[in-house]
Ligand binder design. Structure first.
Ligand SMILES: [Zn+2]
Length: 326
């Protein structure tokens, strides 16, 4: 196995074959939902590209290049990331990238830069990057990793070779060694984890699973006025807020699909849409719902970027906002 996770094997082979044919673009984008191992994939792939003696498509782990990369001091590798989680990638970071690409490679034939998460670039940074993409340096290669590529300008996206990393078959996603007895239960656990195989293990914990399963009902109850936002916040106080927001987003995604009478992919994975979701569909105003989804993303960002905020305060504001969506 060369890819860092089994469900990424096929896409790994595809990329490596593209590289072997000499058709790998100077800019590639690894995109897809969180929890599928995009970051691990990017690091492994870059290691293989820089390795002096790869074993087929796998970095040897022994050469100077592999050693320098592991030590974080490879002169032909640059990682561009926000200064703190949740902050933006700024134009100064991209200027640094320009200076880096102006130099020749030290060892191999490439200088590689990883931008992660690329969707954290603000507008000025994305515009500066576009200039580099328009006139790529001969030895330069860019690897962009993005959960939400739609946040990037279309001009940037269109100049990257794109690879979706969250398209695996469900049979590839559920490791046999995870102790979940039936296929149905595994599919349900996967649905709870938002389809993300990397989170599967957390969600197989029965207490958490039960709490998460109570979420659609609580959301419906707040919407219909039979549960107060404060009581809802208290009921889920033990669940990590970011996890909670992800769960809300997942459920609202299903609600939107139901509203548009599209089929619900998670339901196909073995999960019947919750009756509470169906009730909510009739009650929701599309515009308000869109605004609420935006608020969820902002709240998540806020939580990730500041540790000093009281989690319960944020959770309460989430539930109060939700009450207004009806
Ligand atoms: Zn090596």
């Amino acid at each position: 196995m060369s890819a860092p996770h089994p469900w990424l094997e096929r896409i790994w082979s595809r990329l490596w074959e593209t590289e072997q044919r000499g058709q790998l673009s100077h800019a590639i984008m690894l995109r897809g939902r969180a929890g599928f191992g995009k970051r691990d994939f990017a690091h492994s792939f870059i290691s293989s590209l820089l390795c002096a003696a790869p074993n087929h498509d796998m970095a040897c782990g022994q050469c100077r290049s592999c050693g320098l990369l592991a030590a974080g001091s490879h002169p032909d590798f640059l990682k561009i990331a926000p200064e703190e989680v949740g902050k933006s990638i700024l134009i100064d970071h991209i200027r640094e990238l320009g200076r880096y690409f102006a130099l020749r490679p030290h060892y191999g034939s490439r200088k590689i830069a990883l931008i992660e998460p690329a969707d954290a670039m603000n507008r000025a940074a994305a515009n500066a990057l576009l200039k580099i993409l328009e006139e790529p340096p001969p030895a330069g290669m860019l690897v962009l990793v993005a959960d939400r590529p739609e946040r990037l300008p279309a001009t940037v996206r269109s100049r990257c070779q794109q690879y979706a990393l969250d398209m695996a078959r469900s049979s590839e996603l559920i490791p046999e060694n995870l102790d979940i007895p039936s296929r149905k239960l595994r599919a349900e656990t996967l649905a709870r984890a938002g389809g993300s195989p990397l989170r599967l293990k957390d969600f197989s914990e029965p207490g958490l699973a039960k709490a998460i399963d109570a979420l659609p009902e609580a959301m419906a109850a707040v919407l219909f006025g039979s549960l107060s936002p404060l009581n809802a916040a208290a009921q889920f106080a033990k669940i990590d807020l970011v996890l909670m927001i992800d769960q809300c987003l997942r459920l609202l995604h299903e609600v939107l699909l139901l509203k548009n009478q599209a089929s619900v992919p998670l339901a196909e994975a073995g999960r019947v849409p919750h009756a509470s979701l169906q009730k909510m569909v009739l009650q929701l105003d599309s515009q308000k719902l869109a605004a609420f989804v935006q608020k969820l993303f902002e709240l998540k960002q806020l939580r990730l970027s500041s540790g000093s905020l009281r989690e319960l305060d944020l959770a309460e504001s989430l539930w109060f906002d939700w009450q207004q969506v009806a």
